[in-house]
Write a protein that binds this ligand. Structure first.
Ligand code: B12
Ligand code: SF4
Ligand code: SF4
Length: 400
C-alpha cells in the first residue's frame, strides 16, 4: 500500500465499483495517511453497495462493533423470566453474542445486509391433509443472502482486510446489528422491519477490520400500531418487543418433546415456523399481496410415511435439533388432528405403535380430535397394550 501513489488509488477505485472486479491484494493499511485511508474506505463502501445491488439485497448498512449492551440486558431478562424456553442460539452465551470482539478481537465494523424472500416464497394454500411451512422456510432464504455477503467478504479480503460472514450465527445478535446499521427498525413483534418489505427480510453481516464509514440508525418506529400483538394466536408477544418463546409456535414447532396440550389446537396446520405476527404487519402488506403463488404446503400423510433419510433430505434447510425427523412427524400428527379428516385415521393410528412414545402420545391426541368409530377402535386397542404412563394418559383423555 505504501508504494502506491494517490493517482494509482484513484485508478483502482474508479474500476472497483463494478462488483465483478476484485480489489488488489496485500494492502498495507497502517502505512496509509488518514486521508488516503478515509478515501479508500469510501470507495470500498461504494464497491460494497454495488455488490449488494447485484445480489438484490434489500438494504445494506455499516455499524460499529461496540458491545450491544441493551440487547445483552434484554437476553438476561428473557433468561430470568424463562422466556428463552430452553432455546440455545444467542441465549447460550449472551456475553459473546452481544460482543463481537470476544470472538473477533480485530473487529472494527459490521457490514449488515437484509434480503427479502417474498414474493418468491408464495402463499400457502393447504388442501386436504396438507400442512403449512412458514414462508421463510419454503426454500433456504439464507443461501442467496450468504452469496451476497460472501462476495462482500471477498472484496474486503481482496482489499487487504479481514472479513468473516455471519448470518443466523450464534456469535451475533442479527437484529440488534441491523438496527444499529440502519437496515431496519425494531418492531413490537421483535421483528426488524424496513419500509418497503416490512418484516419479510432475513439478516446477515460481514465482520471486518476495515474502518468503513458508519451509518445512522433509522428514525422510524411502529408508532401507534400494535397489530402483531393481538394477531399472535397464543399471546406470545407479552409486551412491545418482548417474546415469550414458551408460547411461540415457531419455537414449539422446532423443539423436541411433548407439545403442551393447551397449545396443540393453536398449532393449526403448522409443521414448521409461524407467520401470523408477520402477516398482520402493515408495512409488509403490500409485498404480501403480490405473493400469491401457492407454495409452502406439505402432504402430511406422505410425510408420516416417509423414511428418516427422505425427511432429512427434503427439509435439510430446517433447523431441527439433532436433525431429528420425529419433530416434524409430531407436528404432522397434530396438524392432522386439527384438520379432523377421517381419511387420515389409517396414517395416524399407525403411529400408535411407533417406538417413540412422544409420537404415540400425539397420535392419540390427533385421533381424539378426528373422532369417529375407526379412531375410537384404534384408541381402545392401543390402550390394551400401551405401557408408557404418559401415553396411557393421552389415550384415556382422547377416548370418547
Ligand atoms: C432465537 C431465535 C428465534 C426464537 C426466539 C425469537 C425471539 N424473538 O427472541 C424463535 C424460535 C421463537 C424464533 C422465531 C422466529 N424467527 Co428467529 N431467530 C432467533 C435467533 C437465533 C436469535 C434471536 C435472539 O437473539 N433473541 C433474543 C432476544 C432478546 O432478542 P430479540 O427479540 O431479537 O431482541 C430485539 C427486541 O427484543 C427488541 N426490543 C427490545 N426491547 C424492545 C422494546 C420495544 C418497544 C421494541 C419495539 C423492541 C424491543 O430489540 C432487540 C434487538 O433488536 C436469530 C438469529 C440471530 N443470530 O440473531 C433469529 C432471527 C431473529 N429469526 C428470524 C426469523 C425470520 C424468525 C421467524 C419469523 C421465523 C418464522 N416465520 O417462524 C420467527 C419470528 C418470531 C418472532 N416474532 O420473533 C430472523 C428475523 C429477521 C427479522 N426481520 O427480524 C433472524 C434475525 C434470523 C436471521 N438472521 O434472519 N427465532
Ligand atoms: S411467530 Fe406466531 S406464535 Fe410466535 S409470536 Fe409470532 S404469531 Fe405468535
Ligand atoms: S404489526 Fe405494527 S406494531 Fe407490530 S411490528 Fe408491524 S408495524 Fe410494528
Amino acid at each position: 500500500m505504501a508504494t502506491n501513489t494517490i493517482a494509482e488509488y484513484r485508478m483502482t477505485f474508479s474500476i472497483t465499483c463494478d462488483p465483478r472486479v476484485r480489489l488488489p491484494l496485500g494492502r498495507d493499511t497502517p502505512a496509509e495517511v488518514p486521508e488516503q485511508y478515509h478515501r479508500r474506505m469510501q470507495e470500498l463502501r461504494r464497491h460494497i453497495d454495488a455488490i449488494a445491488e447485484s445480489h438484490h439485497l434489500a438494504a445494506i448498512g455499516v455499524a460499529a462493533v461496540t458491545a450491544f449492551v441493551e440487547t445483552r440486558q434484554a437476553i438476561e431478562e428473557r433468561l430470568e423470566a424463562g422466556f428463552d424456553a430452553g432455546l440455545t442460539f444467542t441465549f447460550t452465551a449472551p456475553e459473546t453474542s452481544t460482543d463481537l470482539r470476544r470472538s473477533f478481537p480485530w473487529a472494527e465494523r459490521l457490514v449488515v445486509a437484509s434480503r427479502t424472500y417474498l414474493p418468491a416464497a408464495g402463499a400457502p394454500r393447504p388442501g386436504p391433509d396438507q400442512g403449512v411451512v412458514a414462508r421463510f422456510a419454503v426454500d433456504d432464504p439464507y443461501a442467496p443472502l450468504r452469496a451476497g455477503l460472501e462476495e462482500i467478504g471477498e472484496s474486503l479480503i481482496s482489499a487487504g482486510h479481514r472479513a468473516v460472514v455471519l448470518a443466523d450465527d450464534n456469535r451475533l445478535v442479527d437484529r440488534a446489528a441491523a438496527v444499529r446499521a440502519g437496515v431496519g427498525w425494531a418492531g413490537k413483534s421483535t421483528m426488524v422491519l424496513d419500509p418497503r418489505h416490512g418484516p419479510w427480510i432475513v439478516l446477515g453481516s460481514v465482520v471486518t477490520d476495515a474502518k468503513l464509514p458508519v451509518d445512522e440508525p433509522m428514525i422510524r418506529t411502529c408508532g401507534t400500531c400494535d397489530a402483531c400483538i393481538p394477531a399472535c394466536p397464543t399471546g406470545a408477544i407479552v409486551g412491545p418487543g418482548v417474546l415469550d418463546a414458551r408460547r411461540c409456535l415457531a419455537a414449539i414447532a422446532q423443539s423436541p418433546g411433548t407439545i403442551p396440550t393447551e397449545l396443540r389446537q393453536a398449532m393449526g396446520l403448522r409443521i414448521y415456523g409461524c407467520d401470523d405476527c408477520l402477516d398482520a404487519c402493515p408495512p409488509g402488506a403490500q409485498l404480501l399481496e403480490i405473493s400469491t403463488d401457492a407454495r409452502g404446503s406439505v402432504d402430511l400423510v406422505e410425510l408420516l410415511g416417509a423414511a428418516d433419510e427422505d425427511v432429512r433430505l427434503r427439509f435439510s434447510h430446517f433447523y431441527l435439533p439433532k436433525n431429528d425427523p420425529d419433530v416434524l412427524r409430531r407436528n404432522a400428527l397434530v396438524a392432522l388432528g386439527n384438520q379432523g379428516d377421517a381419511g387420515s385415521v389409517g396414517a395416524v393410528s399407525g403411529y400408535l405403535t411407533h417406538p417413540n412414545p412422544v409420537l404415540r402420545a400425539h397420535a392419540a391426541w390427533a385421533l381424539g380430535r378426528i373422532g369417529g368409530r375407526r379412531a375410537s377402535a384404534a384408541l381402545r386397542t392401543a390402550l390394551g397394550r400401551e405401557t408408557a404412563r404418559e401415553v396411557i394418559d393421552e389415550l384415556i383423555a382422547a377416548s370418547p
